[in-house]
Design a protein around this ligand. Structure first.
Ligand code: KG4
Ligand code: ZN
Length: 354
């Protein structure tokens, strides 16, 4: 397939509006992310209606700006890759409808990208350079605010190896952080405060299932962490005084270690003994300092090659959507701009109606 222009990537599945231009070799030519965090913060979580309205307000100007920054135009792009699910349906619809409009008007192909597929390949993107070659067989741990799963791609086909039975890893960071009064989203704050703490001071047990499944489960950890926070009188700490509470850093470090312990335990059980291969660490929680260090160390001990997503590509972004979109475009997997739906639920690898 003759392709010269870049692919435009559009992401509006949750609370980040993001647009990027990505060349066929995975080089990110331009990328913008507008976070809505400040708008949702007063509510302690994402408010779907606010998310949709913000996307609607931000997206058109951002598309124009990114095209200009990347010295491209609608005429010169190869097509549009858009997150079509999973996510908040009203938020997804903004990106999908905009992409439909661009593609219908210009006759360019529309590529429907699964948000999780966007995350799972994001570990191979390199800032300012061509992306690393994505191997045909790989594993990728996706840990975000809405999802926690280990995926395997074998011979180009993606399958899910485990899932969370309750909360996602990022969700539990955010909920525990909210309980102790840290701003939304709490993950980065816990990460920062944990740096000064003793991670071995408080112990949390690893969740086990009767059927010995290697699924994730974070609700028990959430309940235990909240109970401990109450005992330590850490409830609703007031910033910036929170930093002065004697137990706060130890609490954050111990809780963060417990999340990492579980993620590494599941990796160990699912892919520890597999033939050495490349393993990705992706999604918003992949920005966590301790997780990045422990994941890298674990891969090296096991002989696997760690592919840790660069921090700019961890949280939601249009570059990863365009990058995953290229894989589909080159296989000819495009959708009709008149029929491409948004879907709130959609597993990677699951076929889509075109
Ligand atoms: O991938 P993402 O932007 O959105 C979803 O698709 O969910 O992930 C956002 C999540 C939030 O839960 C946030 O607290 C978490 O990623 N996060 C972190 C860190 N940075 C972001 N969690 C722990 N440590 C961090 N440094
Ligand atoms: Zn995400």
């Amino acid at each position: 397939m003759e392709t010269n222009g870049p692919l435009l990537g559009i992401e509006t599945s949750c609370d980040e509006t993001s647009v990027a231009l990505v060349a066929r070799d995975g080089r990110v030519l331009a990328s913008e992310i507008a976070s809505q965090v400040a708008k949702h913060r007063p509510f302690g979580g994402v408010v779907p209606e606010i998310a949709s309205r913000e996307h609607l307000r931000t997206l058109p100007g951002m598309v124009e700006y990114v095209l200009e920054k990347g010295s491209a135009s609608i005429e010169s792009i190869e097509g549009v890759a858009v997150t079509s699910g999973p996510g908040l349906i009203g938020a997804l619809l903004v990106g999908v409808a905009a992409s439909q409009g661009i593609c219908y008007g210009s006759g360019k192909p529309l590529v429907a990208v699964n948000h999780l597929e966007g995350h799972l390949f994001s570990a191979w993107l390199r800032r300012g350079e061509a992306a690393l070659e994505v191997p045909r067989t790989l594993t990728s741990l996706v840990v975000s605010g809405g999802h926690s799963s280990i995926y395997r791609m074998a011979d180009g086909r993606v399958g899910m190896l485990n899932r969370t039975r309750d909360d996602a890893a990022g969700e539990v960071f955010d909920k525990v952080a909210k309980f102790i009064g840290l701003p939304y989203p709490g993950g980065p704050h816990v990460d920062r405060i944990a740096k000064d703490g003793d991670a071995n001071r408080f112990k949390f047990a690893l969740p086990r299932f009767k059927d010995d499944s290697a699924d994730f489960s974070f609700s028990g950890l959430k309940a235990n962490a909240i109970r401990l926070a109450r005992e330590l009188d850490l409830v609703d700490q007031d910033l910036p005084r929170e930093e002065q509470h004697a137990d706060l850093a130890d609490f954050c470090a111990s809780f963060q270690k417990a999340v990492c312990d579980q993620l590494i335990d599941r990796l160990e059980r699912i892919v520890g003994d597999a033939e050495p291969h490349e393993i990705g660490l992706t999604g918003g929680v992949a920005a966590n300092s301790e997780l990045r260090a422990r994941f890298t160390q674990w891969c090296e001990e096991k002989g696997h090659v760690p592919r840790v997503a660069e921090r700019v590509y961890c949280t939601d972004n249009g570059a990863m959507i365009a990058f995953a979109g290229w894989r589909k475009l080159l296989r000819g997997e495009t959708s009709s701009p008149l029929r491409q739906p948004a879907r709130s639920r959609w597993q990677p690898g699951e076929p889509v109606a075109v």
